[in-house]
Design a protein around this ligand. Structure first.
Ligand code: DOR
Length: 444
């Protein structure tokens, strides 16, 4: 039985939504936060009925909100299910996940959205918000019933995995976005420019003899989308932005007042195309776990993404958790399915940016937490990502100094496809709470 009243005592409370970074207590009653008390404020005496969780040397933050993950249900349950994917989310500190519609069948009707809500109600350990497809079957031919899906609880619309090739359809979708109030999320990629590329086009693709996708295959698509969003006024959200010039385009569009938000993934913030070939002396790998879409880019791109998060050009960090089965990856590089199983390594990977040893611009923990909580929540207009009194008690306890070694076989996710297997990471999620209920706990 869970205590109805829980006190998270003496932690470092880090809540960008209240510009709070102070040591103190957070008190939860049933599913809500009922008190936030810090040393310089007023701390009431504890009541005997409550469970006390010792947060000494831990960070107490709002639960992470993932705007972009693939839960693979319905139809691809051999890769992931709502049960396993949300268990992985809880382990990664995510209390809400927005799941993409590239399932089988595609989530493109109101009843599909209702079905996700029903299964999530039965199986999920964190909040699941479905994203409906922009076009029927994600085929890019005919708009799906966006308003119906919005009424059924779709939080956004996306053909993710595919771009919306037709500018006319995207313009119509953005007009609907004005009616539904829900953003259109585009996977920005010009397929003609990708031209069969399987990794970033550059020095590494040349060395490996793999066909490359140039940076401009993303940038040209982003430029078009921004022009349409500026003209139509509907809310545009750019999925997994990955190049330096893309960041400049978003920065300029925001300065002009375009209603655009953007996300970046932990893997694009930390890894580069060099990872595809591996780092072992004298051994060249073709690591299919590094095949991801958009591809891992150059060092200059990566540094520009970090700067984009630091200055707020990038609103959110989203995992693009893309679990795949072993047969999808245990093959030639150019035949491998793109994607990284990322929910469980996100925080540890991002911690590499907090105290970089390689001359990277550092990202303060508060900036990372903002992009994982308030920034993400605002991009989709969700009332989450805060520890304000009265808010839902969705929170995490982070142990930023604890070290661990990634072992994909211990992932809760069915997707063991991570290039980080065997890597040492610093930063563990000690506890995840959703609506006052502890859904993940790692004892110290
Ligand atoms: O790497 C990726 N995997 N990128 C996408 O856009 C789709 C995703 C998937 O569904 O596997």
């Amino acid at each position: 039985m869970q205590a109805a009243r829980i006190r998270i005592a003496n932690g470092r409370i880090l809540d960008p939504s209240q510009e709070l970074d102070e040591r103190g207590d957070v008190v939860i009653e049933n599913d809500r936060i009922v008190g936030v008390h810090w040393a310089s404020g007023h701390a009431p005496a504890s009541s005997p009925a409550e469970r006390v969780v010792d947060a000494e040397s831990l960070v107490v933050a709002p639960g992470f909100v993932d705007l972009h993950c693939h839960l693979r249900e319905p139809g691809l349950e051999y890769k992931e299910t709502i049960a396993t994917g949300t268990r992985a989310a809880a382990a990664g500190g995510f209390t809400t996940v927005c799941c993409m519609p590239n399932t089988e069948p595609t989530l493109d009707t109101a009843s599909d959205i209702e079905w996700i809500h029903a299964v999530a109600h039965r199986d999920a350990v964190v909040r699941v918000y479905p994203i409906g497809a922009i076009t029927k079957g994600r085929l890019g031919i005919e708009l799906a019933e966006l308003a119906d899906m919005g009424r059924a609880g779709a939080v956004a619309f996306s053909d993710d995995g595919n771009p919306v090739r037709s500018g006319k359809l995207l313009r119509n979708a953005l007009s609907y976005a004005r009616i539904t109030g829900r953003p259109v999320v585009d996977h920005c990629e010009d397929h003609d420019l990708v031209d069969g590329g399987v990794m970033h086009e550059g020095s590494v693709s040349s060395r490996l003899g793999l066909r490359g996708a140039p940076a401009e295959s993303e940038e040209a698509a982003i430029a078009r989308d921004l022009a349409l969003a500026q003209a139509v006024g509907g809310r545009l959200h750019l999925a997994h932005v990955s190049t330096a010039h893309s960041i400049e385009l978003v920065r300029d569009a925001k300065a002009r007042g375009t209603r655009v938000t953007a996300e970046v993934t932990p893997h694009h913030l930390v890894l580069t195309h060099a990872w595809v070939a591996g780092f072992e002396e004298g051994v060249t790998r073709y690591d299919t776990n590094c095949r991801v879409n958009p591809p891992l880019r150059t060092e200059e791109d990566r540094v520009a993404l970090i700067r984009g998060v630091a200055d707020g050009t990038i609103d959110a960090i989203a995992t693009d958790h893309a679990p795949h089965d072993v047969v999808d990856k245990n093959c030639e590089f150019d035949r491998a399915a793109p994607g990284i199983s990322g929910l469980e390594t996100a925080f540890g990977l991002l911690m590499r940016l907090v105290a970089p040893t390689n001359g990277d611009p550092a990202l303060p923990l508060a900036t990372i937490v903002r992009a994982l909580t308030m920034g993400a929540s605002r991009a989709f207009n969700l009332d989450l990502g805060t520890l304000r009194v009265g808010a839902l008690a969705d929170l995490v306890l982070l142990d930023p100094d604890a070290h661990w070694t990634v072992d994909v076989q211990r992932f809760h996710s069915k997707g063991k496809n991570s290039p980080l297997d065997g890597q040492d990471l610093r930063g563990i999620v000690r506890l995840t709470m959703v609506g006052g209920k502890i859904v993940h706990e790692v004892p110290r």
